[in-house]
Design a protein around this ligand. Structure first.
Ligand SMILES: CC(C)(COP(=O)(O)OP(=O)(O)OC[C@H]1O[C@@H](n2cnc3c(N)ncnc32)[C@H](O)[C@@H]1OP(=O)(O)O)[C@@H](O)C(=O)NCCC(=O)NCCS
Length: 194
């Protein structure tokens, strides 16, 4: 099944969310350059070419293809007042349909914008979109036990802890345990095959 169109253009009080578009490569590269040290403890090792604009233009193209195929939804979190100011990203990946109807969510905010409720605003919009437009039943989000900020964000948004996975992801140079959480759509209805 392909994802619902139109693609997400979500607007909050301070943020504006959309899919990556051709020409966003430079902005994405700069976001990762200025947050290199900040994000390193939470991310996998960088793939080849990561620090080039070409890599990010390919990311844009793949994001659009995957969205059209219904397998991912990568949202850029932009300032509503300052166009072109990238504050973060919220990604839905591994979108699964049929009896599962679920996805995995990841996110990151610009270090300079941390602790201002930006991610809470952005993730709330994405949850609403995921449940009502993408019509998924479950959003899963997992975090390092030391990442209290991420745990706090998920707790405030209603996510429940479901388990503890040992050596779950290869992050910052090693296999690391994660706390597994999810949020279920209590109002889901419809046909699991559509
Ligand atoms: C985890 C992460 C996304 C949280 O981002 P964030 O924008 O700080 O998160 P929130 O939106 O929940 O902000 C909450 C904080 O803003 C404060 N805040 C200020 N103004 C606010 C407002 N208008 N509304 C809500 N909260 C506000 C809250 O008091 C809270 O502060 P506290 O954390 O000191 O208690 C961010 O720390 C990050 O990107 N970390 C690195 C990458 C990462 O960990 N990714 C997730 C991997 S699982």
């Amino acid at each position: 099944m392909t994802a619902s169109f139109p693609p997400p253009f979500l607007t909050g009080e301070r943020v504006f969310l959309r899919l990556p578009e051709a020409g966003d490569g430079a902005m994405l590269l700069k976001f990762h350059q200025r947050n290199e040290a900040f994000l390193a403890p939470y991310d996998p090792p960088r793939p080849r070419g990561f620090w080039t604009e070409d890599f990010w233009e390919l990311y844009v193209q793949q994001s659009q293809e995957q969205f059209a195929a219904g397998s991912s939804c990568r949202c850029l979190v932009l300032s509503r007042d300052t166009p072109g100011m990238l504050w973060g990203k919220v990604n839905l990946s591994q979108i699964s349909r049929g009896p599962f109807h679920a996805c995995i969510m990841g996110y990151a905010v610009d270090e300079a914008m941390e602790g201002q409720g930006i991610m809470r605003e952005a993730v709330s919009l994405v949850i609403e979109y995921t449940f009502h437009t993408l019509r998924l039943h479950r959003i899963m989000a997992n975090y390092l036990p030391t990442n209290e900020r991420s745990g706090g964000l998920l707790r405030r948004l209603g996510f429940s802890v479901e388990g503890y996975a040992r050596d779950y992801l290869y992050i910052h140079g090693a296999w690391r345990d994660h706390i597994l959480t999810s949020l279920v759509n209590p109002h889901w209805s419809g046909d699991i095959w559509q």
